[in-house]
Design a protein around this ligand. Sequence first.
Ligand code: DAH
Length: 359
Amino acid sequence: MTLDALAQKYRAAIAGAADEAVLEDLRIAAMGKQGEISLRMRELGKMSPEERMVMGPALNALKDEITSALAAKKAALADAALDERLRAEWLDVTLPARPRRQGTLHPISQVTEEVTAIFADMGFSVAEGPRIDTDWYNFDALNIPSHHPARAEMDTFYMHRAAGDARPPHVLRTHTSPVQIRSMEAMGAPLRIICPGGVYRADYDQTHTPMFHQVEGLALDRDISMANLKWVLEEFVKAFFEVDHVELRFRASHFPFTEPSAEVDIRCSWEGGTLKVGEGDDWLEILGSGMVHPKVIAAGGIDPDVYQGFAFGMGIDRIAMLKYGIPDLRAFFESDLRWLRHYGFASLDVPTLHGGLSR
Ligand code: DAH
């Protein structure tokens, strides 16, 4: 076979090769140990010098040509394979995420949104304060002086202080009530706010965790009374538990920051182990409240002879457990994915009064 015929044969075979394996077979057939081109290279030694002068360069040129034809074909096959993958494996990124991969809203977030929606509807705005606060805001300003037993009852976490540190002592706030003072200072009166947020106490069992959540309420004006408090709380409980009728019971109590003070229970039943609000023979305590103590109003920089009002404080985790039948508070903070999937809420359903709170 002439070199031209040999070149012709390999050009055609390489052009028609369907995959890399065929190319490799062709390489071996031409340039492997027993390959057609290799054998002819070996014959060069037997040739006359004149013949060799012609055949040597010709064979080398042929070898180079086949080598680069093989490489080019290999690259073309790889390109074609990539094109094919791109065509076959495309992904429409505008499709919605698969439901099982979707995150959920934690019940505490959900209930905070629900509470906020209900009170916003009654003209309360949301105020926030720091979780690390001075003991003045957390206690003194709320009429809890340093010798007061309420300080001991609260199992306060105190921040570490170096000896000789002149700054006021700081605590992890034990309740959201200090936000009452900060809001009065910042906004004056009249005032209508709620303050949801995390609070801390050294306590741990089925119904207590070192961090939990409260929502504080405060309404100040010239003529606010317990009657306003009662109406607001009734409206809240009806909306929150999504029932048409509720009955509230005010039990005389004592808090340093309110006078008079009342704990509020709602009528309920526990038939079959599930809570029904509004009917039955049981009472369920849901919050503490009262008329803001004049000393507290004064501590907030407002004249207690002109302004008066009510305040209340409620456990968010607690009302979340009640509404959604969650038995153990500790699970709220364990981040167990199975629990979160079970008790979590669809993240795009923002609770509103008109759209439904928990649907
Ligand atoms: N701060 C109280 C607590 O954490 C709850 C509370 C009771 C808040 C009565 C109030 C209130 O605003 O009026 O136990």
